[in-house]
Write a protein that binds this ligand. Structure first.
Ligand SMILES: NC(=O)c1ccc[n+]([C@@H]2O[C@H](COP(=O)([O-])OP(=O)(O)OC[C@H]3O[C@@H](n4cnc5c(N)ncnc54)[C@H](OP(=O)(O)O)[C@@H]3O)[C@@H](O)[C@H]2O)c1
Length: 275
């Protein structure tokens, strides 16, 4: 893990950057275009969007304008809950790809484990993978029991599980389970949507290295082999969040950060959501 272009080899052999840009809550149009362009210009190669963010078109425009060869980029999008089911997922995928303007996708995720639906949705993802339209398929917000249920009759195994994960919700058990199943964990809301930035433990560790709390958290992710996608629409922070390859947390500092866990979510609970 040397720089922003360093990748993890997923269990299907594909390469995924350890660090990418999340674009949740960025408005379609100028905001998402400018932020995505800024990220790519500053060395990011992985962008995480979703149909429900309604900004795939802008992400696609920024990719096109970047001039970076397609094969050097890693683009993720997700099928939204109301589109789950076999045929409707295939249709939703086409719609996302039209907006992104891509002829293949790197990673397609089931956004949430919608009860009674996600297995049919998974069959559609398997077909898209077999047809060569998406290189890797995975899930998001799946708990261990959702994964066990899916794996019981999946033909192709998910290679990524993207979940809420930050020092207040360190997801130790899920991380261990995923590791044992060859499923790469990816952290969403790695900065707890800003709630952790004044944390005294993180501030003290950051002061030692001349790094911000955001950088300490991102470094904690990387040293724990967690793929991470902090969101910022400000170029200065996009650069800051990627400036994490020139320091290393000690084992003791990692333990101190592990100690912040409170099993506290800033987002919805995958076992109790109604959307
Ligand atoms: N699969 C899912 O269900 C799911 C759910 C939520 C999120 N996600 C993905 O995960 C990505 C990241 O999560 P998130 O956007 O919820 O939250 P996040 O990355 O934890 O935090 C983003 C917030 O922190 C601020 N910020 C970023 N860098 C900063 C820095 N260096 N210093 C101070 N403030 C900073 C941002 O503000 P500014 O933009 O103003 O800088 C924004 O308010 C999303 O964009 C999305 O791609 C997935």
């Amino acid at each position: 893990m040397k720089n922003l272009q360093s990748t993890v080899t997923l269990s299907n052999g594909e390469q995924m950057p350890w660090l990418g840009l999340g674009v949740f809550k960025m408005s379609e149009g100028q905001e998402v275009i400018d932020s995505t362009k800024a990220a790519i210009r500053n060395g990011y190669r992985s962008i995480d969007t979703a149909a429900v963010y309604q900004n795939e078109d802008g992400v696609g425009q920024a990719i096109k304008a970047s001039g970076i060869p397609r094969e050097q980029l890693f683009i993720t999008t997700k099928v939204w809950n109301s589109d789950q089911g076999y045929e409707s997922t295939l249709k939703a995928f086409d719609s996302s790809m039209n907006k992104l303007g891509l002829d293949y996708l790197d990673l397609y995720l089931i956004h949430w484990p919608v009860k009674g639906k996600y297995k049919e949705t998974w069959k559609a993802l398997e077909k898209l993978h077999k047809d060569g339209r998406v290189r890797s398929i995975g899930v998001s917000n799946f708990q261990i029991h959702h994964l066990e249920d899916l794996l019981a009759d999946a033909e192709i195994r998910p290679v990524v599980n993207q979940v809420e994960l930050h020092p207040l919700l360190s997801q130790v058990e899920l991380r261990e389970y995923c590791k044992s199943q060859g499923i790469q964990i990816e952290a969403w809301s790695p900065l707890a949507q800003g709630k952790l930035l004044d944390n005294e433990v993180l501030k003290a560790i950051g002061a030692k290295y001349g790094k911000s709390t955001a950088q300490v958290i991102i470094r904690w992710d990387l040293q724990n082999e967690i793929v991470t996608i902090p969101k910022s629409s400000k170029e200065q922070r996009i650069i800051e969040n990627a400036d994490v390859f020139d320091f290393e947390l000690t084992a003791d500092e990692i333990e101190q950060i592990n100690g912040l866990n409170q099993n506290l979510r800033v987002g919805p609970d995958p076992d109790n959501f109604d959307f």
